[in-house]
Design a protein. Sequence first.
Length: 314
Amino acid sequence: MSSPQHFLNSCSSTSQFHLCVSLSGLFITLATLLANPVLLTCICLSRALRQETRYLLVANTLMADMLFLIFNLTTVIYNTVRAQIPWRVCELITAVSVIAYCCAILTVTLMVVDTYTAVRWPLQYHDILPPARTRRILVGMWVLAAVYPFIVLILMEIHRSTSHEKVRVCLALISFSFLQIKDTLGIHIFFFVAAIICAIMICYCYVRLYMVTRTQGIWQSRFSRARVTLLAHAVLLLLYFVPGFVFIVELYLFDRKDISQELRVWINTANICVFMLLPRALAPYLYGMRYREISDTLLILVQRNRRPSQNTVS
């Protein structure tokens, strides 16, 4: 396995590239952190939206994305300014980021299953996925997403003899490099199998949705609402899954001695600061345009805030 110190030295030698990409990631993160709370506020303040399963799933996705963005931004800032942080803090940030990322993937997968259920069994839909059951499923989803990362966190604590050591670069690749080979293989299997299962479920639901609705005429127009919605959601799902597969490639390349460290650093930086942020930057705007109830609620809130100011001026 490659030396973590060698990887750290490569990070320092590509600091200019890292800084440019980090600044791009910073702007994307700030744009997302400005939009997500607005949509969450609309869902939380509307009783009608809180009683619908699809909006609970949207809210959970937005919360998971915000949590991931906050911890990812913290990591990027620490790495950019080369601030020294304890290994335990780095490992905890890595674990929470992985939990938030996995929870977002599970939630968007459940959103596709929810859409399929609503179309396939419209009369029984509210009995199958009522809001109370959806909340329990979401809690279980967070627990499921947290189990494996915390197991890896415990393993990293066991295998490290100097847990009080401070580092200047906090990356998941470096943290995982201190595990034994068999544990690293388990990380490969966990990410790959989880991604494949979610991808198969999404593809199955979309294929079944098309087969169920193809006789209803909603697909005939080239620019029909169904086609546009499917295309937008498919692109968003693809962007959510791409960073996970890139991370699997990163774990594989980290063990290869014939791959330059510079290339590994570039791939890791681009994945953290671009690929992982793009779907989260597009998600709030896509949800705001796709769900008319959210945009209508936002307009109502804006109009309510304008009325007092107008009365004061008059």
